[in-house]
Design a protein around this ligand. Structure first.
Ligand SMILES: Cc1ncc(COP(=O)(O)O)c(C=O)c1O
Length: 410
């Protein structure tokens, strides 16, 4: 063993001896963030339990959500209220149900389940739970590389000539995990896609479209505005939620889609439910009121989490600046930082971190089938730990990556 490696191991053992239990694995808000939304739970907010149009929110009724919530998301996403459906507590359920609907009933052609060997395009690195849904339904996933502007659209154009390719799933703004927001050029390419499959859908997961870290933020592009130039509105199923605005798992979620797609989804919903939780919808609408209310609230989140992002970035800069084989993203919003370590070292880095008491998202999780072809990507979720924990965890992560590199070079 060379001297450099034994010195790194010595530091590693010091950290190990601290019996730490730090977690940078999942994109969860910290307690301080949850606390800023507590007033949503104030019963006084609900007043007389009636929404603006007189609907009694404590009783059955209203399939597609109360008008106030539709209005709120209509402002955020820039689509008419008639093109919005308000669902329950998770956009992930919307995505799962939508894919299930396409599998069983189709999307304007035969059910996907009756068409052998269907495929989806997956910009990578991406969100593990998107890939889990597609894998669950046996849909083959094809990696699409990304650069700073978004997915490689030449590759997308090439692959959609195959009518077995039924869709693409992506996070267009502050993507999970690399924080990239698609450029206007990429948005235009999406809007003008000409897939061979007539039942092709893009799941446009805008989970982080209001999650700016400061005023110096990325621009939001309304995909439906761009798609309308090419009569391509039916291609896009947009989803969002308040999971990281108010309470994860206890907020509201929405779908925005074309008239045709909204009609198809509502047809299914009439059988599936009498309506979602309108009490929670009214609470959210009463608390946030409008887009300005959301912006003010997100500014409070940013105050809390910006120092956490900065702490991770400082550690990466301090340890890896100018060091060959390492690169990372510096997002202007969202919930994650994406770190690329020396190829072949991600798994070992995550393993070493675990041994030292730092839990990270599993290496490979950011790729379909958990297979990172270069074994180099690590997703860092800075929001949940305290600032002090995060500083320590980031140092340990950097140390473990350097140990993995040295071990590889032995
Ligand atoms: C890109 C993305 N979409 C969706 C979700 C989950 O959202 P929801 O709580 O609305 O299901 C997450 C959570 O981490 C996410 O990162």
């Amino acid at each position: 063993m060379n001297e450099k490696l034994s010195e790194l191991y010595r530091k590693f053992d010091e950290y190990k001896a601290m019996n730490l239990s730090l977690n940078m694995a999942r994109g969860k808000p910290g307690k301080e963030q949850l606390d800023i939304s507590n007033d949503i739970l104030d019963p006084a907010l609900l007043g007389n339990y009636k929404s603006a149009d007189g609907t009694e929110v404590r009783n059955y009724g209203v399939l597609d959500g109360i008008a106030e919530c539709k209005k709120l998301y209509s402002e955020i996403l820039g689509v008419p209220e008639k093109n919005i459906i308000v669902f329950g507590n998770a956009s992930l359920t919307i995505m799962y149900d939508y894919i299930a609907q396409c599998m069983i009933f189709g999307a304007g052609d035969r059910p996907w389940a009756c068409q052998q060997g269907i495929k989806f395009l997956c910009p990578v690195p991406g969100y593990d739970r998107h890939f889990a849904i597609l894998e669950h339904f046996g849909i083959e996933m094809i990696n699409i590389p990304m650069d700073a502007e978004g997915p490689d659209m030449d590759k997308v154009d090439e692959l959609i000539k195959d009518e077995k390719v039924k869709g693409l799933i992506c996070v267009p703004m502050y993507a999970n995990p690399n924080g990239i927001s698609y450029s206007e050029r990429v948005i235009e390419r999406f809007a003008s896609l000409r897939p061979a499959a007539k039942d092709f859908r893009v799941i446009w997961d805008n989970a982080y479209c209001v999650h700016h870290l400061s005023d110096d933020c990325d621009k939001f592009y309304n995909i439906f505005e761009y798609a309308s130039k090419y009569s391509n509105e039916d291609l896009f199923i947009e989803v969002a939620s308040t999971s990281k605005i108010s309470f994860p798992g206890a907020g509201i979620s929405v779908m925005a889609a074309s008239d045709n797609n909204i009609a198809a989804v509502k047809k299914r919903m009439t059988v599936q439910t009498i309506g979602y939780d309108k009490i929670n919808q009214l609470r959210h609408a009463a608390y946030f009121r409008d887009y300005d209310g959301i912006k003010a609230h997100m500014a409070k989140h940013a105050e809390i989490i910006r120092p956490k992002f900065d702490a991770v970035l400082e550690a990466l800069e301090k340890n890896f600046a100018g060091r060959e084989g390492y690169s990372w993203t510096v997002p202007k919003g969202g919930y994650f930082i994406s770190l690329d370590v020396v190829p072949g070292c991600a798994k070992r880095t995550v393993e070493l971190c675990k041994e030292a008491g730092v839990t990270l998202t599993g290496a490979g999780a950011t790729f379909p089938y958990h297979k990172d072809p270069e074994d180099r990507n690590i997703r860092i979720a800075p929001t949940f730990p305290s600032l002090d924990e995060l500083k320590l965890a980031s140092e340990i992560l950097c140390l473990c990556a350097m140990i993995a590199e040295e071990e590889k070079n032995q």
